[in-house]
Design a protein around this ligand. Structure first.
Ligand SMILES: Cc1cc2nc3c(=O)[nH]c(=O)nc-3n(C[C@H](O)[C@H](O)[C@H](O)COP(=O)(O)OP(=O)(O)OC[C@H]3O[C@@H](n4cnc5c(N)ncnc54)[C@H](O)[C@@H]3O)c2cc1C
Length: 321
């Protein structure tokens, strides 16, 4: 069987950055992606605007031209797709990596469709596949979603949005503006500090004027077909409800990392073990790239500060010989 110099798992922005770098250094590489190209971004809300300006999302210094300073999801899809096609990156889409086993100096990679071997493996699998669950009754009802897509769907309906981060705030504002009756349920006593600075006044003013209801210092304890139960600091509230958007964040697939033998460096944050200079894990020739590196601290790494991982990893692979 052909042995690749490097197999990259995940065709998100950082997997693509690794592919571009591997190609420019003449390595025999393959990117394997379980969904469509830049699958996570494809699954972001349709109207989503990045908090980063476009030049900070660029790969390989290829200009990212957007109509506003901060691009939107559909512009990012265009940008990354054009790059992947223009560079003729070697990518297999809709093929899931199920297992990676190391035998002496070779990795055996088993996917949903094929088997491959490689000298080096880069894991760039992100964190968007697994939502943080609330672990409450009713969470698996069809009216509950951990992903938000399009506000039109919720027009005229009673919607509870859980959380106060960027995702929750965007969803609450958009649904309100399309005629939904929106109530936010927020664990802390205010809207998140990291909410985009140009959006924060909007949500705070909508709350202040009563257009969007909010329960601070509160959490959901139960979800039923026609209502939700909210525990506040002082009382238990039953609220009529049609839909719940539980935008409580996401986490890397720790089971997958463990299966591959990657050790956890910090139990509390579940940060995986890797060398900060080379991005190599505790398993020689197995690397981590992109936002997967942060463990539960999913706010630590973005595209703009993790795209450098590509140069670190491919640089290490090529200098090793
Ligand atoms: C709503 C939202 C807004 C964000 N806004 C910004 C921003 O403005 N600026 C910024 O810099 N960052 C932003 N981020 C953070 C970060 O940029 C993104 O999460 C980015 O997509 C991370 O890139 P990545 O390549 O590391 O991971 P991802 O883009 O998540 O790519 C991982 C890929 O791996 C694939 N995959 C997973 N498991 C397997 C498997 N077993 N086999 C094959 N493929 C697999 C996934 O399908 C996915 O395509 C945002 C994140 C979210 C959720």
């Amino acid at each position: 069987m052909k042995k690749y110099d490097v197999i990259i798992i995940g065709a998100g922005p950082i997997g693509l950055a690794c592919g571009l770098e591997a190609k420019s250094k003449g390595l025999d590489y393959l990117i394997i992606e379980k969904g469509c190209l830049v699958n996570s971004i494809y699954n972001y809300p349709v109207n989503m605007q990045f908090f980063s300006s476009s030049e900070r999302l660029e790969l390989d210094n290829i200009p990212f031209i957007s109509t506003e300073k901060k691009p939107r999801r559909n512009e990012a899809l265009e940008y990354y797709r054009r790059i992947a096609f223009h560079a003729e990156l070697n990518i297999r889409l809709f093929e899931t990596v199920m297992d990676v086993q190391k035998e002496s100096n070779t990795f055996n990679i088993q996917t949903s469709k094929n088997s491959y071997t490689a000298q080096n493996v880069v894991i760039a699998t992100g964190f968007y596949d697994l939502p943080n669950l609330m672990h409450i009754p009713g969470e698996s009802l069809p009216k509950v979603s951990h992903y938000y897509n399009d506000p039109h769907y919720y027009a005229g309906m009673k919607v509870v949005v859980v959380g106060a981060s960027n995702s929750s705030v965007d969803a609450a504002l958009e649904c309100y503006r399309k005629g939904a009756d929106v109530t936010m349920v927020v664990r802390n006593d205010s809207i998140g500090e990291t909410v985009k600075y140009w959006v924060k006044p909007d949500i705070e003013n909508r709350i202040a004027e009563g257009s969007i209801a909010v329960f601070f210092n509160s959490c959901l304890s139960d979800i039923k077909e026609d209502c939700v139960i909210i525990e506040t600091e002082t009382e238990t509230v039953t609220l009529e409800n049609d839909f719940v958007l539980a935008l409580t964040g996401y986490r890397p697939n720790f089971g997958f990392l463990k299966q591959l033998g990657i050790e956890i460096a910090d139990e509390e944050t579940q940060t995986p073990t890797y060398n900060k200079d080379t991005m190599e894990t505790n398993i020689p020739n197995l690397y981590l790239a992109g936002v997967v590196c942060g463990g539960l601290n999913t706010h630590l790494w973005f595209i703009e500060n993790s795209r450098v991982h590509a140069k670190q990893i491919i640089g290490h692979i090529t200098t090793k010989g």
